[in-house]
Design a protein around this ligand. Sequence first.
Ligand code: GDP
Ligand code: CA
Length: 319
Amino acid sequence: MRIVALAGGIGGARFLRGLREAIGPEDEITVIGNTGDDIHLYGLKVCPDLDTVMYTLGGGIHEEQGWGRTDETWSIKAEMKEYGVGPEWFGLGDRDFATHLVRSQMLTAGYTLSQVTEALCVRWRPGVRLLPMSDDRVETHVRITDDQGTRAIHFQEYWVRLHAAVDAEAIVPIGADTAKPAPGVLEAIAAADVILLPPSNPVVSIGTILAVPGIRAAVAAASAPVVGLSPIIGGAPVRGMADKVLAAIGVEATADAVALHYGSELIDGWLVDTADEAAVAAVEAAGIACRAVPLLMTDVAATAEMARAALALAERVRG
Ligand code: GDP
Ligand code: CA
């Protein structure tokens, strides 16, 4: 079975760890990772979502934090601070820096982001084929209005520095409209037996991947069943501030509203948490097969159960 999953950072990575546990030895997973969160800092290219997937599946993640390296130290950051050089709000630890140095060095030498990602994965052995959504630069910006007026800021500044405390008025994946899917992305979608949308952020993770011209159409046209899992439980994101970016695109932060936002042209099946059992009927009425199962990724075993439920629903809708 060839499985394709579109993934953001923490929600995507944790789900993939369960999915990897749930499949057989012959099955293959291709991950199409969000690069709209990428940011250039100190002349380095940082790819937070790709790295979170790579570190999580490769056993190098800081578990409690969900991002960055385990047993991290912060000497470089402290030295930068002594020079008065920021941003102080973005955490890059010493071990993490090595990844960004290798990536940036390879990009400068002329390798593509896909090639660099493949090279980094030689070390991390994530057990999946990890493809960036695009080799072209895409950076999500958020329009806000505060005491400095109305302006667009980088998604990381919105999320990490401002903690999404200001309302997001619009979400713009700058560069997406002219970006091309990375090599292998459309081919993997077309050849997939199952396509999964993990419980990643529907706007700034999955939405950004789908904004790369050709990807949404390929998923919608794929012969494989497409099944998603809700990142929203009981009317709130499990973690993070997805409600803020959903509000910016006029979507309610409920499990059924997110399913309807994806729509029946894109997804065939949708899993909601058992707490959202009441949402099943509305999703099914929209032409999307829906089941309520426990969706809290408390550990790998519980997450593997979610993955099995998603694969079972895919079999069901395959008809
Ligand atoms: P990010 O790039 O690090 O923000 O990660 P993603 O976009 O991949 O995932 C973020 C989403 O994961 C958030 O909207 C959370 O609500 C969701 N999430 C995190 N933990 C869980 C969980 O245990 N269960 C479910 N259903 N969703 C989760
Ligand atoms: Ca992200």
